[in-house]
Design a protein around this ligand. Structure first.
Ligand SMILES: NC(=O)c1ccc[n+]([C@@H]2O[C@H](COP(=O)([O-])OP(=O)(O)OC[C@H]3O[C@@H](n4cnc5c(N)ncnc54)[C@H](O)[C@@H]3O)[C@@H](O)[C@H]2O)c1
Ligand SMILES: [Zn+2]
Length: 379
């Protein structure tokens, strides 16, 4: 028997830049990223929903990008926003076809401008063309600037399964432009904030106190405060990927997926009517009730979490909760993790534990509490 062993490690590094007015001639963020990388060609993939909400942006982008010295911009590809972008291979194929048509190589860039869904689809196309064309992400939603857009995953949906396709591929760079959020509907802004509450509760009590003390400003969608929320949330995500010990998610635990086992099912049960972040808010409320029963949270701590969600204007309950099949949702979540069940619960505010077992009757009791609360709130 002969056995060889191969072993090496690779360091990944990419900047996440916060700026304003990225397509203004006074802003040199993009040329600074492209030129030193020896980039000669690029295509832009833009979110149709964004362009529709921001008339004039398409022309501004065109004028700016085609004038960049030393870079030949080949095309601005407009793709549908939201989950439509991730439906199977269709959109990714369109992007790969353009990469092929213009002869882009591994030193060329795809610049993706849009919400998390468009970034996922464009990232998937870029990662699988030539085994990896470089990707610059320009996220345009609160969720994607603080979470989906700053990490190392891409994906598309297939066989009725979300993110069935996709790779772990770090981007070349991420550029968060707060001006691009101005056209985002308020419901989307709030939904994005749910993920910030989520990371604060399980990772950072100082950040939680920040959210608590600014909940009025956040409810009013005050741009500067929303920017601060995004910055801290992005930082926590980057930190988690960098030093959480499992950047490529090889283990069973998904420590940042607090509140997500039920959120995924609630999104499905409502046929997508409930935004992901809204599902996460309900999921956080449910798991906080459970954490209180498990004596992981005091009743006062639980009330503080619920109050922040409520002040921001996020739902704490939803009629679809009544239809939630708890054992099945937990089993689906286990399969999604790809190993043992591992549910993240808060331990006080700012820390978390992973539990491998959920007491279903107790969780059902928590669900009843939330549904009762919904009825009281309605009256
Ligand atoms: N890769 C990851 O690590 C990761 C992490 C979390 C979520 N995601 C994915 O992100 C997606 C959700 O992303 P999202 O919450 O950003 O929403 P989204 O991409 O679904 O966009 C929501 C809607 O807003 C529109 N839009 C985008 N920017 C706009 C703007 N500035 N003004 C007006 N309209 C705008 C879009 O066209 C779309 O209709 C899901 O597919 C999810 O799976 C990926
Ligand atoms: Zn989420």
């Amino acid at each position: 028997v002969k056995k060889l062993r191969q072993e090496f490690s690779v360091t990944f590094s990419y900047p996440v830049i916060f700026t304003r007015d990225i397509f203004s001639t006074r802003n040199d963020t993009l040329p600074q990223l492209l030129e030193p990388a020896g980039c000669t060609a690029a295509v832009v993939v833009a979110d149709a929903g964004l362009l529709q909400a921001a008339p004039g942006l398409h022309d501004t982008m065109r004028r700016y990008l085609y004038a960049l010295p030393g870079i030949s911009l080949r095309e601005i590809v407009v793709v549908p926003g939201g989950e439509e972008a991730k439906r199977g291979e269709r959109i990714a194929d369109r992007i790969r076809e353009i990469i092929h048509r213009y002869g882009l190589c591994r030193h060329s860039h795809v610049i993706a401008v849009g919400g998390g869904a468009v970034l996922d689809a464009a990232g998937y196309a870029a990662a699988t063309a030539h085994r990896g064309v470089k990707l610059i992400r320009v996220p345009t939603t609160v969720l994607s600037q603080s979470d989906a857009g700053v990490g190392i995953k891409n994906g598309a949906n297939a066989f009725g399964s979300k993110n069935f396709l996709g790779t772990f591929t770090p981007p070349a760079a991420v550029v968060n432009d707060s001006d691009l959020l101005r056209t985002l509907p308020s419901r989307e802004v709030r939904a994005g904030m749910a993920e910030a509450v989520k990371v604060a509760v399980i990772k950072d009590s100082t950040f939680f106190r920040f959210l608590e003390s600014r909940s009025g400003l956040l409810a009013a969608l005050h741009p500067g405060t929303v920017e601060q929320l995004i910055e801290r949330c992005a930082e926590i995500h980057l930190e988690h990927i960098r030093s959480g010990g499992d950047p490529f998610e090889r283990g069973s635990a998904r420590p940042l997926d607090f509140g997500h086992w039920s959120a995924h099912r609630l999104e499905e049960l409502t046929g997508g009517e409930l935004r992901h972040g809204e599902g996460v808010a309900v999921g956080i409320a449910l798991d906080c009730e459970y954490a209180e029963m498990q004596r992981l949270l005091s009743s006062q701590e639980k009330e503080r979490v619920l109050a922040v969600l409520r002040h921001i204007g996020l739902p704490l309950s939803h009629p679809a909760l009544a239809e939630l099949n708890i054992p099945r949702a937990l089993e689906d979540f286990r399969r999604h993790l790809g190993g043992h069940l591992s549910v993240t619960l808060p331990r006080g505010i700012g820390a978390a534990v992973q539990v491998a077992r959920v007491d279903v009757p107790m969780m059902e009791e928590c669900r009843r509490t939330l549904l009762r609360r919904e009825r009281v709130d309605e009256q």
